[in-house]
Each structure stands twice: as structure tokens, then as C-alpha cells.
Ligand binder design. Sequence first.
Ligand SMILES: Cc1cc2nc3c(=O)[nH]c(=O)nc-3n(C[C@H](O)[C@H](O)[C@H](O)COP(=O)(O)OP(=O)(O)OC[C@H]3O[C@@H](n4cnc5c(N)ncnc54)[C@H](O)[C@@H]3O)c2cc1C
Length: 394
Amino acid sequence: MRRELAIIGGGTAGLFLAAFLNTDIYNVTIYEKKASLGRKFLVAGDGGFNLTHSEELSSFKSKYTPSSFLDIALDHFSNTDLIEWLLGIGIPTFIGSSGKVFPEKGIKPIEVLKCIEAYLIKKNVKFKFNKTFSDWGEENSLEFNSNEFIKADYTVFALGGGSWKVTGSDGSWLDVFNKKGVSTLPFKSSNCAFRIKWPEKFIQNNEGKPLKNISISLQNKVQKGEAVITKFGIEGNAIYGLSPEIQEALVIENQVVVYADFKPTLSLSTLIEKLSLSRSKTTITLKEKIKLSRTVIEIIKVTLTKEEFLDVEVLAKFIKKFPLTIIDLAPVDEAISTSGGINLNAVDSNFELKKVKNNFCIGEMLDWNAPTGGYLIQACVSKGVYLAHQLNNK
Ligand SMILES: Cc1cc2nc3c(=O)[nH]c(=O)nc-3n(C[C@H](O)[C@H](O)[C@H](O)COP(=O)(O)OP(=O)(O)OC[C@H]3O[C@@H](n4cnc5c(N)ncnc54)[C@H](O)[C@@H]3O)c2cc1C
């Protein structure tokens, strides 16, 4: 007789779990709070839809915090496995210049989702929409919409993180898990904007301006990429990857200084040499010889005294290590992802809740961090596929 397996949450993690479960041994039902599947998956597709990243697996794994927590799942189902699987269901992908993996040009996010959904329907996975998990009932039955109960042999929660509530992932389940004795942590914004108090005159002229080909560092971690100046502060892939370190630092102090390198391709000594040899005015040299943008030049000018600006060594040091003082994270709902949720100590290596046997948690609802660029979706996919493998062997 087939056993009943309930997946609660029809987002990335829940969908991939369902796709790899053996429906000869399980009746699989996805219970989803919204009226359709994968709303955050579609939101992710609104910008650049990075399904995964093409980087070699050992450095891929190093992108996750805490380190090594995803190793088993990634070894079981890697970025190349995902690319191959997607191709198998009719979604060819391509690798962009940054190494990120996108659906082939012309394939819309909704088509990717529909292909996955069609695959699940063929496998006889059932969907129940407008079902909000509200609590556990007697003998760990599952309560939906505060008055409907169902019983499952195995339950997998894939409820998502705490941002973009409009997609259904609103984190309102934290209290229910707490009440059950499952250790949880408040959600924190990751891959988000970081608040910087820009000088008034600078932000008036530079709101929305990009800082291209820079790097930003904190402690020993360096992120290369681009950032955008906003009224709130700064955001972009040159800083998203520092989210765990910034979050941690802001718990201890009410501000944290990160350092921007506005010219990562030039060493300090080469920069000093170039600045020293130039006969033009400093601003013209910065623009024409060093090729700094107007925005970078202005940020330097509003920060340095006139004497510092005209001192080649001081100026070069600031270009290579410019302090940016971060005083806050963006509100949780605006973040691309969140950390917090279910404490990793509350689950075992198969993502089973230690306090509620035969109940599992996967995806962003667990407390981990990774930069955007495909690492978030891949983590949710790999956890789902890995757990499916474990459950298929039960
Ligand atoms: C703007 C934006 C851009 C992004 N871009 C990328 C990108 O390019 N690449 C990348 O890798 N990642 C990206 N992400 C992140 C990625 O989309 C998520 O990390 C991933 O979808 C999380 O998957 P999940 O299954 O854990 O949760 P979700 O996909 O959020 O799914 C959780 C599901 O659970 C349902 N649910 C919640 N509570 C209940 C309940 N009580 N009862 C029943 N159902 C419930 C929700 O309605 C939801 O459908 C982006 C995110 C955002 C917001």
C-alpha cells in the first residue's frame, strides 16, 4: 500500500522534492497556501533568472554559510545535475559571461514553472491550493486553515523564508514551530540593500548610479561585482555575498565598516605611480587615466579633505580601500532572501525535525545563507532532491 506524503509549500524546494519522490511508493500531495505554485520562483525570474551557477563544485560549496552544511546534498545533486535535469524536461539553459546559468533566451520563467508542474502531474503528484498549514493536531496530524485535519506518514515542510510576503512566504509559521518546541531564529535580511547615510549633496546627484567593476570586502572576504547607490544606501552583487558577515557584525555593534576597492585591477603601487606621473589636474587624471566614474570621483571628493585629495598616496589608498559605514539592513520583506527560521540544530543531517519524527524541513525556511546568482535556488533544489532520495529508501 502506498504511504501518504504531504509536502507543505509549493515553492522551489517542495517542487523539486516532489519531482524526485517515488510515486510508486508514495501518494504525494503538495499543500500550498496560495492559489498557484512557485510564486517566489516567478519573482526570481523577473530580474535575471539565475537557476544555478556553473562554477566548479568545490568553490560552489564554499559560497554557503554555515560552510559545508549543504555538501551532502550538493554532492548528491549538483549544479550540472540540475542543468541536465532541466534539459531533460525541455528547458535548455546557457551560461552567461558571469558564470550564472539562465534558461535559454526566449524561455520565460512561467514556462520553466509550467514544465516542472507538467512533469509532476505526469508523475501523479496532487496539488491542494489555498491550504495554509496552521498547526499540528493530535498525533501530529496536520491542521490547515485552522480547522481541516489530514494525516500523513511523512510530512515535509518547504515554507520558504520571510521576505516578499506577497508570494506566500511570510514566515508566519515561526510561532507554531516554536510552540512545538522546535528551535527557531528571527528572520534577517540577506542579499538586501544596506543602509548608508550618504552626504546629502552626493545622494542628490548620484541616486541610482552604478559602481561597476569594484570589489567590497569585510574581514578576509572579498566580493567582486557591481553595486548601485540608492537613497537607502547600497545594494548589488558586490555586497550581497557579505550579508552573513554584515548581519553578524551589526548584532555586536550598531555599525560596520566595509571597504570598497574602486580599482581592483590596479595594485596600490601602480595606482600611485600613475597618479604621480600625470601632469593633469587630479580630477582629470582620475577620470581619463584611472578611468574612475563621476560617481566614484564625487564620493571620494566629498569624503577627503582637499589636502588628502591632492596627496597622491592618501588618494590612492582611498581608491583601493574606501570605507563605507553600514548602519542597518533593509527591511526583511524587501530582501531577496532571509536567514533565520528553523535553527539548523533542530534538524538532523536528513533535515528531519529532531522534535517531530517523520517531519522534515527543507529550503529557505532553514537558517542558512548564500549569495544570489543561482546559489539560493540550487540549495533549495539540492535539499529537495537529496531528501527525496532518503525518503525513497525508507
Ligand atoms: C526578487 C527575488 C529574486 C530572486 N532571484 C533569485 C535568483 O535569480 N537566483 C536564485 O538562486 N534565487 C533567487 N531568489 C531566491 C529564491 O527564489 C528563493 O531562495 C527560493 O525560491 C526559495 O525556495 P523555497 O522553496 O525554500 O521557498 P519558496 O519558493 O518561497 O516557497 C515556499 C512556499 O510555501 C508556501 N507557504 C508558506 N507558508 C505556508 C503555510 N503556512 N502553509 C502552506 N504553504 C505555505 C508559500 O506560499 C510558498 O509558495 C530570488 C528571490 C527574490 C525575492
